[in-house]
Each structure stands twice: as C-alpha cells, then as structure tokens.
Design a protein around this ligand. Structure first.
Ligand code: P6P
Length: 339
C-alpha cells in the first residue's frame, strides 16, 4: 500500500518545499476543501434530507435556484467569512461581491465560485460539482489596503493563483492546480479527509471523443458545424477515424472525464442568444477549468482566443468554451480563423 498523502500535506509541501504558495493561500484552499466536504455530505443526503427540488427563488442570473444551490453557496460563504484568508468573494448565486466584514482579519485573496454547477442534474442523481478560482486582491499592488471593489475581480484568468473543482459523483474528488500541474484528491469518508490519488494529470493531445449538446446544432456558427460534421463522418470522412460522443450536461463531470481520458468539450456561441458570447461564465467556470486543462497539457479557447487571456468586463460575463485535447482545440480554433 503506497503511503497516503493528505491534501494538507500536499499543500504544505507546495508551500514549504516548492515555495509555490504562501501560507495564506494554503489555508484558503484547505477552507474551500472543507466546505466542499460539507457540500458533499448535503448532496449525498438526497431525498433523505430536505435538500432536493427547487427553492422557489431565482438567482442573479434569473435562473431557478435548487435548494442545494443555496445550501452550497451558504456553506462556502460561511466557511470563508471566518477563514481570514480572503478579502472578498463572488458567486454565480450572488449579485455583486461579498466583502469580508471589517471585524474579521482581511486576507489578500479573492475567491470566486459556482457553488453547485450542473444543478439541473441533482434531482436525477447525476454528478454535479463546485468550481472555484482564486485571484490576488490587488494584483499590481499586494500591499495596498484600499477597500476591495468588483473591479478588483476583473483580472484575466492567467492571473489566477489557485483553481479547482470538487465533483460529487460515485466518489467525491477534489481536482486542484496552484500552477504546478494538476493533482486529484479523493475524499476518504472514513477518515473525513481528502487523500492524494492522482498527480501530474495529463490530457492526451489527440482524442476520439467530443462533448457538445447536439440539440443546438442548427444554431451553431459555421466553424463549429464543420468540426462536428467531420467528426460525425468518422473514418470515411476527412478525419479518417470514428468519434464517440458524451454530454453529461454538467461541466464539472464532462471536464473531469477529459482530465481522466482526454476529449474535447464545447459550449460554443449560438444564435439562440446572438448578443451573448456563450452560455458559460468566464470568471468561475471557464477560467478555472481553462487553467486546469492547460496545466494538464490541454488547451482552452473561446474559438478564437485563449480563454485565460480574455480581459473581463463584468463579473458574470459569459464566454464560448472550447477546451480539452490540444490538437482538437487547435483544429476548431483554426477553423474559426478560416484555415
Ligand atoms: P445545456 C449546467 O447548467 C451548465 O452550466 C454546465 O455545467 C453544463 O455544461 C451546461 O450548463 C449544460 O447546458 O444547455 O446542455 O443544458
């Protein structure tokens, strides 16, 4: 039996041995991981607890909230409010930002999260997850004590200092990067702790598996249509190989599959809402997932530009997402540039 390394030990090594992360960031990631453990226990109750179904409210996006959306959001806010490592938080479920009250020590970091992504899958017992992203509060001047504003969050994804997700599926698994590759931790429910089960995760550059919601095909732009048409032609077509399709409609689950075995995930712009660049959120879905994918050797673009280079204009802005096996993402990007 190989020695089991806890999340805490992994983070301490990242801090002390590799000098990659300061103590405050290590402690922040541990607080987020403990919150995810609590969310996992709530999710796993299912019909045995009063956690299923809708809450009868809408979030800032106008989306109907599930009870677990609200529970997960509250768990993350309460855990981090007292953590002392944060200056402010932002969530898909909240309008504006939550600045840590002055009565608590204010940290140097900004935390953004989608507390429970894929919540349409909750009532049918399909994997869902929490996605999080961490930025430094004043990237240019870490010492300033100016009050944090929403503008401080509007940093491009390449300025993230930590990113990850926790998937609540057959296992509860935390997948994390602090800029030194991608590591995976599985929740040991007997010990109540996350244990390192995979590290240096790599995404194969090629794949035969694509993930897209095919029901939107008539709404896609030409480059996406061309790419998917070629995949569907299989070995008789220009790709010379057959493809398989997966669509779980839970970004965390689809991205996890790609980190485990490769693939390409696509939620492109479509003409149903032509004035919106895409459905998914830049700050707390595309940026953290994009960094994880790049850290594992994959690529993440909006079809034309590296996602991590996009300069955000607003907290909840949407983006088109093409990510996964590098050679496939590059192909879709080349089709957008007319090659
Ligand atoms: P559709 C879940 O609601 C989500 O935000 C992502 O997790 C997922 O990839 C996508 O939307 C699914 O969207 O239109 O296929 O239901």
């Amino acid at each position: 039996m190989t020695e089991r390394i806890s999340l805490t030990r992994y983070l301490v090594e990242q801090q002390r041995v590799h000098g990659r992360i300061p103590p405050q960031l290590r402690l922040l990631v541990e607080v987020v991981a403990r919150a995810c453990k609590r969310i996992s226990f709530a999710v796993n109750k299912g019909d045995l607890g009063d956690v299923m179904g809708t809450a009868g409210t809408e979030n800032v996006q106008g989306e109907v909230q599930k009870k677990l959306d609200i529970i997960a959001n509250e768990v993350l806010i309460e855990a981090n409010e007292w953590g002392g490592h944060l200056a402010a938080m932002a969530s898909e479920e909240m309008d504006g930002i939550y600045v840590v009250p002055n009565r608590f020590p204010q940290g140097e970091y900004l935390l953004m999260f989608d507390p429970l992504d894929g919540s349409s899958n909750i009532d049918v017992n399909v994997s869902i997850g929490t996605i999080f992203s961490v930025l430094h509060k004043h990237h240019d001047d870490p010492t300033t004590d100016e009050p944090v504003t929403e503008a401080d969050f509007l940093q491009p994804g390449h300025q993230q200092v930590a990113a990850g997700y926790c998937i609540y599926g057959p296992q509860t698994t935390l997948v994390l990067t602090v800029g030194d590759g991608v590591a995976m931790f599985t929740l040991d429910r007997e010990q109540g702790s996350f244990v390192l089960t995979r590290e240096n995760i790599r995404i194969p550059e090629d794949t035969k598996e694509f993930a897209i919601n095919m029901s939107n095909m008539r709404h896609w732009d030409a480059p996406v249509r061309r790419y998917i048409d070629e995949c569907l032609q299989g070995k008789e077509g220009p790709r010379g190989k057959d493809f398989n399709m997966r669509w779980i409609a839970s970004m965390v689950a689809d991205v996890h599959r790609i980190l485990m075995r490769g693939g390409i995930f696509m939620y492109p712009w479509d003409k149903r809402e032509p004035n919106k660049p895409g459905k998914l959120r830049l700050m707390y879905e595309a940026n953290p997932m994009g960094w994880l994918v790049e850290q594992a050797g994959g690529a993440a673009t909006n079809g034309r530009q590296r996602i991590l280079d996009i300069q955000p204009a607003q907290l909840h802005e949407r983006v088109s997402v093409i990510l996964g096996s590098k050679n496939e993402v590059d192909r879709v990007t080349s089709y957008h540039s007319g090659i």
